[in-house]
Every structure is written in C-alpha cells, then in structure tokens.
Design a protein around this ligand. Structure first.
Ligand code: BYC
Length: 472
C-alpha cells in the first residue's frame, strides 16, 4: 500500500492513479474548508494547536504530533490494509468474497448507511464549536480540538466512499453533508442526538462518553461490512475514536473526582455550595445523553437492521473475530424485546434475531457504559462517599423504539406525570448554573477550572503543563 503524504489530499488509496476522482475530491476540498471556517471551532482558527495527525495505518506509528494551525490540518483518506481474499462474514452472502465495488442491489441501502454515518461527523463539530471560549484548561481545549479535527477526517472517510463508489449521487450527497446544519429548523442533521445543543463542557464530556461510544459500536458493526472499502475505512476510524472515548470517560471522571473533593469539604456534602457541580445535576446530564445516545441504535425491532444484516452490509460487533459467534446467519431463534402495554405495564415479545440486531448491539453498549459508571462511583467510594451515579432504565426518555414518547422514570417505573420525568433531565436552572460556572476559559499552563480535577494522562509524551495551544 503506498502512502502519499505530499499531495493536496494525503491518502493511502492511490488517489494519484485516478485523476478524475482526485480532481473531484480536490474540488470538494475548498468547500469543506469553507464549512470548517464557518462551522468549525470558533475563535481558534489562527491558533497553533498541538495535534495528532494520521499519517499511516501502521499500528505502532500511525500518528504524528505537532503544532498545527487548524485550517492547515492535513485531513487525509486512510483505509486499514486489505486482508487478502476477505470473505463476507454473515448474512445471506456469508462466505462469498467481500465486494470491492458496490453491488447494484445493495446500492441504496449502502449509500444510506454511509450518508448517515458521514452526517454525524460534521454535526458533532458544529455542536461543539463554541466550547473553546469556556475551556477548563489548555489540556482539555487541545483534546476538544483533537476530537474536532478527527471527526472532520471521518467526514473525509465517508466522502471518499461516496465519490469513489456512488458517482453523481455520491457527489450530491457529499454536498448535502456540508449543507445540513446541526439543530437547523429547515435542514437539520439526520439523527436526533446530533441536533441537540452542546453548550457546556459537561454536555461535551457526556457526549464524548455516550454518543461517541455509539459511534464505536456503529463503526465496529460497519467494520464487518461485506463492502470491503467501508469495512477498511471504519476499522481505521476506530483507532482515532478510542481517544474520543477516553476524553469523555475521563472528563466525567475528573468532574466526579472534583465534586467528591468538594463534597468532603462541605459540612452538608454540598458540592455546589463550594463552587462545584453537584451529583444531582451530573446525574440529570447522564440521564439525558445516555437516553439520547440509546436512540441512535434505532428501534430494537428493526426490519432495516434485518436487511442490512441479510445483505451483508452491517454485521455484529466483532462478527469476524474467531470464536465470537457460532451462528453467522441468524435464521433461527429470537430475542425478547420489552414493550409498554396499555395501562403502564411492560411486556416482552420475542423478535426474530435478524430483526433484533439493534437491540443486541445496544446491549453490549449499555454494559460498557455501566463499567464507566462503576469507575466513576469507585472515585466517590474512595473518599468515603456513599452517593452513586446510575444509568437510567432504557425505557426512560426515549424518542425511538417502543418506549418513544411514553412516560417512564429512570428506575423503569411508569408514570403519568410529565413533570416527574422532566425532573430527571437537565433544567433551564441547571443550564444557567453551568453557564455561570463555565463563563471563561482557563488558559494558564497546567491550571484547571475549579469544577474539574486536573488531568493525569499526558498527551503525545508531553508534560501535563505543556503549552498545548498557542494563541494568536
Ligand atoms: N434519530 O429501523 P430503525 C458517530 C430512523 S455515531 C433520527 O428503528 P435502523 C459519532 C431511521 O433512520 C454513529 N432518526 O433503525 C458519534 C429510520 O428512518 P427511515 C453514527 C432515527 O434504520 C459522535 C427509522 O428511524 N453511525 O459515529 O435499523 C461524534 C426507523 O429506523 C434514529 C450510524 O448511525 C434517531 N436516533 O437504525 C461523531 C451508522 N434512529 O428508514 C460521530 C449508520 C432511527 O424510516 N446508521 N432513526 O426513513 C445506521 O446503521 C442506522 O441508520 C441507525 C438506525 C442505527 C442509525
């Protein structure tokens, strides 16, 4: 595999060999940059940021760290190496050779998956664009901007597939990816969570913890795709995604750690009285972003998911890992899915396995989220506090699936009181409090805002008090 780092678009897909494709992407590039300048991180486009840039797909040395002015970031197209004669690992085409080109019958569904994935990437950059002005430290600011440039690279990853494999339709979709706007009335982003405002750093850390983690699960499923270029591009995206999850999980953990410290200092264990973020508020943000992110898995009983699986387009997490599953066709058996009943009860119904794939994927996701919550709770327990954070029931605050629009409490009990549900979600008072708390950036090296504990994991082998961002 040749790597071209010198061309206008760094890549390992032999772009220089396909002049038409290269020209088409080079024409899209200035429009992408216009979008980045308009919708990317506000007020920081001239600053030098200590960023990681993907320069290869070799496990040990794929990234290069240096100061970069963000509009000069080298957004490249990198696919994980091909695996010889890879075979489709699941569905009706199991064991056939993986496709290098899009099969005619699968074109519509594949395009839809790629566009949906692609749409989330610029959306998240748009959602987070104002956070730089209230960053709790240089370290956190740098991590935010790292996440932003990499989500934008993930847009490039999907746009490459659209240009390379979907002709004119693909080019039109690529334009639309730059035209939709998060939370716009007339032309919003496709999926719910990507139209929710991210106003505070607590929103951001919860988003990186819960919503990026959906990204991990969706990318891992697409990394099994019988359409090999999609599988290879998602595999490499997952490499970058790990840091985003780290930012989210440790961001919340550092807030919890600071909250715990302040609770211990206060006679009433009131962190807010000491200028911190109280656990109640934190819990409401966890409730919101967890439930919004669960919606991103789609309905637990989904004919779309069944089609994606039968057609070999989207598999299960680790479908191809030896020993992970015995049955790769899923023609027999079912999965019990919960549904609300009239009168507030909950019943279970058995759904054929192929139709229950969204539910199966979400199950692994919930388990992983719970592990992170356990770590946060261990932080509280270590200083002798008995309070805990919890994940709300998957019935709570849903907008997709059988519980959509139904009134359930975080503990899974039904209610007929909308205010009782709203009480467990961020309120205007919560948002106002965070605005007051996070009203200015902390930009001195090695210093942190009072509501978050210092970071403990250095980035790019630099010390924690490194000048991660140089302002101009
Ligand atoms: N909001 O059969 P259903 C990431 C639609 S995050 C709005 O229940 P399906 C990232 C659905 O489109 C990962 N609409 O579900 C994270 C369908 O519409 P049509 C992004 C929704 O289709 C942080 C209808 O409802 N990647 O990478 O099996 C930062 C019925 O659908 C929602 C992907 O999502 C919703 N939440 O599954 C940056 C992978 N949920 O067909 C990046 C690609 C469902 O009736 N996408 N709908 O018009 C997919 O695999 C699937 O589209 C979904 C939905 C899993 C999202």
């Amino acid at each position: 595999m040749t790597i071209d780092l010198e061309g206008r678009i760094p890549n390992n897909v032999d772009l220089a060999e396909d002049k038409r494709l290269q020209r088409a992407l080079e024409q899209w590039q200035p429009r992408f940059l216009d979008w980045w300048r308009e919708m990317g991180p506000e007020g920081l486009q001239e600053s030098d940021v200590f960023l990681r840039t993907a320069v290869s797909v070799e496990p040990g040395g794929w990234a290069h760290y240096d100061y970069v002015r963000m509009p000069d970031y080298r957004w490249g197209i990198f696919l994980a190496p091909a695996e010889g004669e890879r075979r489709i690992g699941f569905g009706d085409h199991a064991d056939a050779l993986a496709w290098q080109e899009v099969p005619g019958e699968q074109r519509g569904a594949l395009r839809r998956l790629i566009v949906t994935q692609g749409d989330t990437e610029p959306a998240s950059v748009e959602q987070q664009r104002r956070l730089g002005a209230i960053a709790p430290s240089l370290y956190d600011l740098r991590n935010l901007l790292q996440v932003n440039v990499e989500e934008a690279r993930h847009l490039w990853a999907m746009v490459y597939l659209l240009f390379r494999h979907f002709g004119r339709d693909g080019r039109e979709e690529a334009e639309e990816l730059l035209a939709r706007r998060s939370n716009a009335q007339d032309n919003p982003r496709i999926l719910g969570a990507f139209n929710r405002p991210i106003e505070s750093w607590l929103d951001f850390f919860c988003f990186a913890m819960f919503t990026d983690r959906d990204g991990k699960y969706q990318l891992a499923s697409l990394a099994e795709s019988g359409f090999d270029p999609l599988a290879r591009t998602c595999r490499f995206m997952l490499t970058e995604e790990a840091h985003h999850l780290f930012v989210g999980e440790t961001g919340v953990r550092r807030i919890v750690a600071r909250t715990a410290e302040l609770m211990r200092e206060d006679p009433n264990e009131d962190a807010r009285a000491q200028g911190g973020i109280d656990l109640g508020l934190l819990q409401r943000y966890v409730n919101f972003w967890f439930s919004e992110s669960l919606d991103l898995f789609g309905s637990p009983d989904s004919t779309n998911a069944a089609t994606y699986f039968s057609e070999g387009l989207k598999g299960r997490m680790n479908e191809g890992r030896p020993g992970a599953y015995d049955d790769h066709r899923l023609l027999e058996g079912g999965v019990a899915i919960e549904e609300p009943e009239a009168g507030g009860g909950v019943a279970t119904r058995e759904v054929p396995k192929r139709r229950a794939l969204n539910a199966m994927l979400a199950e692994g996701y919930v388990r992983e989220c719970q592990k992170a919550v356990d770590k946060w709770n261990a932080t509280l327990a270590r200083v002798g506090l008995r309070a805990e954070l919890t994940l709300p029931s998957p019935r709570f605050h849903r907008q997709v699936g059988p519980f959509a629009g139904r009134l359930f409490l975080p503990d899974g009990r039904p209610t007929d009181d909308p205010a009782a549900v709203a009480a467990h979600l961020p309120s205007e008072a919560d948002r106002a409090y965070l605005r007051e708390l996070q009203d200015r950036p902390v930009l001195e090296r090695g210093r942190y805002a009072g509501w978050i504990a210092p970071a403990t994991s250095p980035i790019g082998r630099r010390p924690l008090d490194f000048e991660y961002v140089r302002f101009r």
